[in-house]
Design a protein around this ligand. Sequence first.
Ligand code: GTP
Length: 597
Amino acid sequence: VPISNIRNFCIIAHIDHGKSTLADKLLQLTGTVDKRDMKEQFLDNMDLERERGITIKLQAARMRYVMDNEPYCLNLIDTPGHVDFSYEVSRSLAACEGALLVVDASQGVEAQTLANVYLALENNLEIIPVLNKIDLPGAESNRVIQEIEEIIGLDCRGAIQCSAKEGVGITEILDAIVTRIPPPQDTAAMPFRALIFDSYYDPYRGVIVYFRVTDGTIRKGDRIYFMASKKEYYADEIGVLSPGQMQVDKLYAGEVGYLAASIRSVADARVGDTITHFGRRADKSLPGYEEATPMVFCGLFPVDADQFGELRDALEKLQLNDAALNFEPETSSAMGFGFRCGFLGLLHMEIVQERLEREYNLKLITTAPSVVYRVNCVNGDTVECSNPSALSDPGKRKSIEEPYVKIEMITPKDYIGSLMELAQDRRGLFKEMKFITENRASIVYELPLAEMVGDFFDQLKSKSKGYASMEYSFVGYRESELIKLDIQINGELVEPLATIVHRDKAYAVGRALTQKLKELIPRHMFKVPIQACIGAKVIASESLSAIRKDVLSKCYGGDITRKKKLLRKQAEGKKRMKSIGRVEVPQEAFMAVLRLE
Ligand code: GTP
């Protein structure tokens, strides 16, 4: 089709508002996927994604749609739905001219949706409001339309009412995509430039790059150049996504496609990078490229020291597919050999852990996540510290800065009080509160990222009975009165349990943490003291009393199967234990600091 008949669009929606269901219906109605082939929800295809019900990686699909006897090519570019991946969202939006804003008509606009709508507006996208789930008895389209108009200032006269589940309003949406979203500009004569909006590692063909051609043309076999990574390759294979990969010979400005070029790591072809021709290079790369900067770090240690090599191999393999994953070896006297790993955020961290355990069969101990502190030293240097146990001595440092984030919480008015209490308790600075409708408010705070890592999101959900949503962005480093809190178990310093806390909270954290550890660590045959210290000073202390009972003494007589069963049970209980000195410490203890009352 001519470029004037191409439409590139994405779907912006809050988790659970029905993005995948709608995408499936669009693919079905345009005959892009056969109903028989239709696996439930085509666009989310990582197992983990489906289980967790969130979109992590973006995908794309090309659809053919005929309107008034004119054939159109509609490219749907999917966007991930979580703040950890907001950079990828911004790149996928940059690849589109328009967006469907899908809002659940029984719920309303959520914080995450808002953030993405603003991103779309910054990218000058045409936004089509779609009210989904109108089949639900609780749907209140008019209220939600009013909300969208008031909060976002979007004209909702052309809003489409739809039920993705029942297939209502789907044709109207397709027509609106054609009539309201502008076609890409015709820049076919310019030097080739394409924006990478996704990539993944395929063990047979190397990295598969998903891109949108912004200017010029690419042909199969072309010698290409990645402007940020400065790598060159030959485009062995190019094609379109319909939604399976289908090879073609050429792709023009405005089109969306994929390429394979035996690229060895996604770091060579990262999301946001610009592809051009090696011979006829574009002068300027497309805007918006950012290095992936990990915000949250934790230690990963194999339970079984023999698995260290396997863990390294697995991390290297995952990194091929995840340019934001960062790791380096870490050794600790308590934990042995492992890795210090950096992630975009907590969800990213959990996903990586889960994949290491599921796909690579590793048994791991994870230490509590930490943010990256900036330490201003007495000698004038500034060093970054992402591992609390490595924080320099108080005598050597002048001050410590920590990362701050701005969070926006959107909540029904009944929960305003408890959410403000939560933010205040986490050292939050109140910035602003406004009512977006009679019943819903937006509350803005700035608070240390360290206070948000952990259970902040869970707390927000539980304090609002699941109704509040939030979104955060990094605002910079600020100086804080921070000190290191050490933990000693049985007289031995346990580095992975060290945390950096605010001076005012040190005593309370020390007390709560020792109590929590006492609950979590099983009793031993000897008495185990647990102490929290600042430097050499003990500020809180608990002790686990000894047990003497032998588990086997429960099996009266000599019933061997019963004895075996008990031993096995005991072994299972030990699964995630790490021996620290003579004390067995379970996985939960390393995360205890995140769950203090
Ligand atoms: P993420 O992938 O997590 O971002 O969620 P999503 O926005 O893709 O939501 P999804 O399509 O998975 O839908 C969430 C839930 O809402 C599912 O249980 C759907 O069956 C349901 N749902 C989607 N559309 C409709 C609708 O029009 N009506 C009703 N009643 N339910 C719907």
